[in-house]
Design a protein around this ligand. Structure first.
Ligand SMILES: C[S@@+](CC[C@H](N)C(=O)[O-])C[C@H]1O[C@@H](n2cnc3c(N)ncnc32)[C@H](O)[C@@H]1O
Length: 450
């Protein structure tokens, strides 16, 4: 697996960029679903919510068969077996004995959760450098990391656990800390964030767009370091720049500030350019009735056909075509209200409410994400499961109910197939079993129905 610029795969080359130093461009046409780059992690750090549930090295889940064992030195790190503990020990030993007192210290305790995460990430980075990793891959990763563009300056840098480091290491810590914020990836399994990680070559290559043509997925294999794969979400033509999303493009109101404060650039992608022409996004109406009217108008705009089942929602919908009266739907609180209602009503068994709200969520997603973005596929899978649950819940003891069941089945099939088209391009990631397996199970159930 490549770790430095002199090991680039044949489909990628680096070119100068007007403001971002360099950019990665396709050296030849790249087909949807192709793995553009595959790189090993340099450092990974589990989120506190997954501590003790997963191995701190390979990130595999503990199960009755895979029992995690705690490091007896710090009682904070868990491993799925001696192999991972040994692979981690080279750097972990640098802070193991001091970790408990560091995490109990007032310095650490008074930090906000994201600062604690940074402090621990820095601890891992310092330990990685101080461990004088002799492997060729480690040396190349470190040198690629140090070649990254520094992020914007911060008044105070989050601290790291004190540990014994060589004198020369001190000189590079400052340089390292200024690169950790803007080169820190959220590692996900089935699109749920479980950890953070540093993947230097991916950082060196890919710039951001809110309408990306590629995205990162993560491979978790027991006993191995986590691997990142950059996957093409659509066909990328030779000479086209390859972009990945640094933050969720759905953060329409806050993302520009995140780019400026965390990454030190202003995004000029077509989506951000359109949002900036609006000046500010108009407020949402206050009354529930007016909000529902907005939902209906949005659905009609995005899905003009009255036949819910035969919609082909992937053509012709773009943000600049959104009429002015619908601009309030770009408020972040609009989407969060809808997604909250969708998950609550589908869990509570109000399937018809969920299917209606879910369609409005789909409309917003199609406006703000590229049409093959994995989040759209995950949402369509949830819609398909909800329609299937509604089928199960439908009594068919009279003609009306039989018709309702037929229509729900049709919807479930349409949503399943649309989800499959998208999620098969993104491919499997993270823990074993996942959306692709769920799609296969759902297909069997739906094919078994008349
Ligand atoms: C992870 S690096 C990307 C690789 C970078 N182009 C290089 O040559 O090392 C992130 C930095 O690249 C720049 N960058 C990334 N995406 C950008 C964009 N869309 N527009 C302008 N600058 C961008 C910012 O300086 C950001 O902090």
């Amino acid at each position: 697996m490549p770790s430095s610029l002199d090991e680039l795969p044949a489909c990628v080359r680096l070119e100068a960029h007007a403001t971002a130093r360099d950019k990665a461009v396709a050296a030849s046409d790249i087909s949807p679903g192709s793995v553009i780059l595959e790189v090993p992690s340099m450092v990974v750090l589990l989120l506190s919510s997954d501590k003790g549930r997963r191995c701190d090295f390979c990130l595999c889940l503990g199960t009755p068969e895979i029992r995690l064992a705690k490091c007896t030195g710090c009682a904070s790190y868990w491993y799925c077996g001696p192999q991972c503990q040994t692979l981690h020990w080279g750097s972990h030993k640098k802070f193991c004995k001091r970790l408990a007192s560091f995490m109990a210290s007032a310095d650490f305790q008074y930090m906000e959760a994201h600062e604690q995460l940074d402090a621990l990430l820095h601890t891992h980075l310092v330990a990685e450098i101080a461990s004088n990793a002799s492997s060729d891959v480690r040396a190349k990763q470190l040198s690629t990391f140090m070649s990254l563009l520094p992020g914007p300056p911060h008044d105070s840098l989050p601290i790291a656990c004190p540990m014994s480091v060589g004198a020369d290491v001190h000189q590079i810590l400052e340089a390292l800390f200024t690169r950790s914020g803007n080169n820190n990836f959220a590692i996900h399994s089935h699109l749920n964030t479980i950890a953070h990680g540093i993947f230097p070559l991916a950082s060196r290559l890919f710039n951001h767009s809110c309408l990306p043509n590629a995205a990162a997925r993560y491979m978790i294999r027991r006993g191995q370091s986590v691997r990142m794969e950059i996957v093409a979400l659509r066909e990328i033509k030779a000479t086209e720049e390859i972009y990945i999303p640094y933050v969720d493009p759905a953060l329409i109101e806050s993302r520009q500030q995140i780019f400026e404060l965390t990454y030190g650039f202003s995004c000029t992608c077509p989506s951000c350019n359109f949002i900036s022409t609006l000046g500010s996004i108009p407020s949402l109406p206050v009354s529930e009735a007016a909000l529902q009217e907005l939902d209906n108008t949005l659905q009609k705009h995005c899905f003009p056909s009255s036949d819910v089942d035969d919609r082909t929602p992937f053509v012709g919908l773009t943000l600049p075509d959104l009429p002015e009266n619908l601009h309030p739907v770009l408020r972040e609180s609009y989407l969060s209200r809808l997604t909250d209602t969708f998950s609550r009503s589908s869990h509570e068994g109000s399937y018809h409410v969920a299917l209606d709200v879910g369609l409005t969520v789909l409309a917003v997603y199609l406006l703000i994400y590229p049409k093959t973005y994995p989040q759209i596929g995950m949402h369509l899978l949830e819609m398909a499961k909800t329609a299937w649950n509604a089928v199960i819940a439908t009594e068919h003891d009279n003609k009306h109910e039989v018709l309702a069941k037929t229509s729900l089945l049709k919807r479930a099939r349409v949503y399943r197939n649309l989800a499959s088209n998208i999620l098969e391009v993104f491919g499997p990631e993270g823990d074993p079993a996942g959306p692709l397996e769920e799609l296969a199970v759902l297909k069997k159930l739906l094919d078994g129905e008349p």
